[in-house]
Design a protein around this ligand. Structure first.
Ligand SMILES: NC(=O)c1ccc[n+]([C@@H]2O[C@H](COP(=O)([O-])OP(=O)(O)OC[C@H]3O[C@@H](n4cnc5c(N)ncnc54)[C@H](OP(=O)(O)O)[C@@H]3O)[C@@H](O)[C@H]2O)c1
Length: 243
């Protein structure tokens, strides 16, 4: 089968206003796709042919099925869903600035929102000859960081959910991909971490993984994780706990 992005199609991209999502957006538009771009700051995206900005708060879980139903009705040719939106509150629970709202936001936006969007959009995606669901996960799904317990858990949950979904859809033509990213230089990681790759490099790797129909798209240093997990899990825990 060919790439789900081989022909101009309609792509729903969450998190399009910043970081990796913002780096994916112009590349998708350059390839002739219509991009339905979701973010709270979607209205600030520079206007371009093919761009459909949708301002929304994806952590508003009860509103997501109706939002997705409206998007599906407006874009019946939607064939690719890329879940990039997420938030990380990188502080331990003992930090006085850590709040219940932070935990609710991480669990809602990073895990429940992609699941709700996927559930609501599945009939539309399955109606296309070669669609795709692409979920942005993290090396922290394998080895958690100390100061990001719920963020790491949300990415582990998203990874597990993506595997289940792939099994559920194994008899359909829908590609279900998990992207495992290393540290990427974006507002999410501002002021911390070393050896970060750029959002542009991450975006190019993600698109080439989709083009190759890879179910696991491991980017940069994240490619070493399966070997480290198999041979020296203590090393993986040591490297990632302080990121
Ligand atoms: N950066 C890294 O090192 C790294 C590593 C591994 C995995 N990842 C994953 O890669 C993805 C992109 O991360 P990034 O680094 O590019 O993050 P980022 O620069 O912080 O961008 C996050 C995006 O999520 C959107 N967003 C946040 N809260 C939202 C809400 N309530 N409703 C709707 N949209 C919301 C933001 O848009 P608005 O603020 O406009 O709403 C923004 O477009 C995430 O899934 C992240 O977990 C990143």
């Amino acid at each position: 089968m060919s790439s789900p992005l081989a022909r101009p199609t309609t792509v729903l991209l969450t998190g399009a206003s910043s970081g990796i999502g913002a780096a994916l957006l112009p590349r998708l538009l350059d390839r002739g796709h219509t991009v339905v771009a979701l973010a709270r700051r979607a209205a600030h995206l520079p206007a371009r042919a093919g761009l459909v900005p949708v301002t929304c708060d994806l952590s508003d879980l009860p509103g997501l099925p109706a939002l997705a139903a409206r998007l599906a009705a407006d874009h019946p040719g939607l064939s690719v869903l890329i879940n990039a939106a997420a938030v990380q509150h990188a502080r331990p629970l003992t930090d006085p600035a850590s709040s219940p709202a932070h935990l609710i936001e991480e669990a809602s936006l990073n895990l429940a929102a992609p699941a709700l969007l996927i559930q609501a959009l599945l009939p539309t995606l399955l109606a296309q000859p070669d669609g795709a669901i692409v979920n942005l996960s993290s090396g922290l799904a394998t080895f958690p960081k100390a100061a990001g317990g719920l963020y790491s858990a949300s990415k582990a949950g998203l990874s597990s959910f993506t595997t289940s979904l792939r099994w559920q859809l194994s008899t359909t033509p829908l590609l279900v991909s998990e992207v495992v990213l290393p540290l990427v230089d974006t507002p999410m990681t501002a002021g911390r971490g070393r050896g970060k790759i750029s959002a542009e490099v991450a975006a190019v790797a993600i698109l080439s993984g989709i083009d190759a129909r890879r179910t696991m798209i491991r980017v940069g240093a994240a490619r070493a994780l399966p070997l480290i997990a198999a041979l020296a899990p203590w090393l993986g825990r040591r490297i990632l706990r302080g990121t």
